[in-house]
Design a protein around this ligand. Structure first.
Ligand code: NAP
Ligand code: MG
Length: 494
């Protein structure tokens, strides 16, 4: 068991409360991975002072140089990939293949960010006056407050912190209290790569104790949050009254459509990965499958057989396919939804209960669950469950499929399996979601593409790709007049 600290003002420090909390393994709750400082507003204040003190130098460090640090970060992460993946699996339960992927996403994001330091493009435009040029360039915003969830303990912090740094901002980072160890190792890597110590600060603790003070701190200029819609809305309200820039990546209720002409085995592989990977605890998880009536029965028969064959287990076992829930609370939430589904009249086709035999007894395991005969307006088809629970909905046409898919307050990811090019393009045009996959599952984002959702999934910003660099910077417009005289726009030239 290791003792972890906050990193503030270039030092690893205890919190001002001197209280600590444990981080445990959800596959074996008796295993304590480490203890962490339970911080409060005082620690946030200190972290903000630290980040602010570093800002004046960091913003003047040339962006390509800022990017070069991230090249080194990517190299260190590559060297430590296996060790980081193992720590992550112990800390949050998902299987090794997936935690290796989570670290790899961070590495890819690092190398992308490294080169983006040479590409923080502005524009130039002609002036309406002679002997004058107009241009824009990108300015950092200040101190960025970064608040992340537990389901991608490495990838999500890298999506936020790398572009924030490349754009010239300094950082106060609060990771989810369920995954503080991966987050701390990540900060150690940033420091090892040579990023000046005060530039990155990490404060451990709860949402109310540390997250809220970050959101409300007057000297934090920009907030990036990934998490639940409920918390996201309260952060949006608070940032609204402060006129603070905020990016929100929230919930999803993602669906995969399978048309009658689709390759059913391909669609089957897709939904198994989309619905049950990460034990269904992904924002892009497939939680609804919309099946054409002509293939409904055949598809469901195969799906149930394949789902029942999925191997549950401790994610450190190479043959485990589905790990535990993050914690008991998450398992209870899913159980509550399964009860609601039954009451509303959906049929349990498989799963629907805990898995507690043998090695699974000390973890939060649950059998992958499928509900058949689901009506599109049932609670289980509407609310985000965040677990391995798939609702099957029958449709008779493409139009109906898209209308069912769009019948959601969320709009993150989506998928359609079809060989028909007209159906595919209609879906690309008409599905209301930030991401649509054609002949692929709802999961599979690549770090250099914009990531995010429509409707209540967020507030219109995107992570990933080139767009996130716009979020972490502001546009400065410059006019240079080399005419040597006063030229009045709109007046002298008319
Ligand atoms: P959460 O409870 O909203 O927590 C997310 C983060 O916010 C954690 O660090 C949490 O701290 C902190 N927090 C909690 N209350 C806060 C408050 N009042 N003010 C400031 N920060 C606060 O979400 P979660 O349960 O960890 O994650 C699951 C949710 O995230 C799901 O809804 C999922 O869809 C969403 N998600 C979305 C995306 C996306 O990109 N759209 C990606 C992944 C996950 P503690 O950990 O200490 O409570
Ligand atoms: Mg844990």
């Amino acid at each position: 068991m290791e003792t972890y600290f906050n990193h503030i003002n270039g030092e690893w420090t205890e919190s001002s409360t001197a209280e600590r909390f444990d981080n445990r393994n959800p596959a074996n709750w008796n295993e304590i991975i480490g203890t962490f400082p339970k911080s409060d507003k005082k620690d946030v204040d200190a972290a903000v002072r630290s980040a602010r003190s570093a800002y004046s130098d960091w913003r003047l460090t040339p962006a390509p140089k800022r990017g070069e640090y991230l090249k080194v970060v990517g190299d260190i992460m590559t060297e430590r990939k296996e060790e980081l993946a193992r720590l992550m699996t112990r800390e949050m339960g998902k299987v090794l293949k997936e935690t290796r992927g989570d670290v790899q996403e961070g590495i890819d994001t690092a190398y992308y960010a490294a080169t983006e330091g040479r590409r923080l493009f502005g524009r130039n435009a002609p002036s309406e006056m002679p002997n004058k040029v107009n241009l824009t360039f990108r300015m950092p915003i200040g101190v960025a407050g970064i608040i992340t969830p537990w389901n991608f303990p490495m990838a999500i912090p890298t999506w936020k912190i790398f572009p924030a740094l490349v754009c010239g901002n300094t950082v106060v980072f609060k990771p989810a209290s369920d995954t503080p160890a991966t987050a701390t190792e990540f900060v150690k890597i940033l420091l090892e790569a040579g990023i000046p110590p005060n530039v990155v600060n990490i404060v451990h603790g709860t949402g109310s104790g540390v997250g809220a003070p970050i959101v409300n701190h007057p000297d934090i200029n920009v907030i990036s949050f990934t998490g639940s819609s409920a918390v996201g809305k309260s952060i949006a309200a608070s940032c609204g009254t402060q006129l603070k820039r905020v990016s929100l990546e929230l919930g999803g209720k993602n669906a995969q459509i399978v048309m009658d002409d689709a390759d059913l085995d391909l669609a089957l592989d897709g939904v198994l990965w989309g619905a049950f990977g990460t034990t269904g605890q992904r924002c892009t998880e497939t939680s609804r499958i919309i099946l054409h009536k002509k293939i409904y029965d055949t598809f469901i028969d195969k799906l149930v057989v394949r789902t029942e064959a999925l191997k549950l287990g401790n994610g450190l076992n190479e043959d485990a396919e589905v790990g535990p829930f993050i914690n008991e609370g998450q398992r209870e939430t899913v159980e509550k939804y399964v009860e609601i589904g039954k009451k509303e009249g959906a049929d349990i086709l498989c799963g629907g209960e805990r898995a507690e035999s043998g090695d699974l007894a000390d973890g939060f395991f649950y059998k992958p669950t499928i509900f058949g005969g689901v009506d599109q307006n049932m609670t289980i088809a509407q609310e985000e469950i965040f677990g391995p629970v798939l609702s099957v909905i029958k449709i008779g046409s493409l139009e109906e499929a898209i209308s069912v898919l769009n019948n959601s307050i969320y709009g993150l990811s989506s998928s359609i399996y079809t060989w028909d090019i007209n159906s595919a393009f209609t879906a690309m045009r008409d599905i209301e979601a930030g991401i649509t996959y054609v002949n692929g599952p709802t999961i599979g984002a690549e770090c250099h593409m914009p990531f995010g959702g429509m409707k209540e999934t967020g507030n219109g910003h995107r992570e990933g790709g080139w767009e996130v660099y716009e979020f972490y910077s502001e546009t400065k417009t410059i006019y240079v007049d080399f005419s040597g005289k006063l030229q009045k726009a709109q007046i002298d030239n008319r």
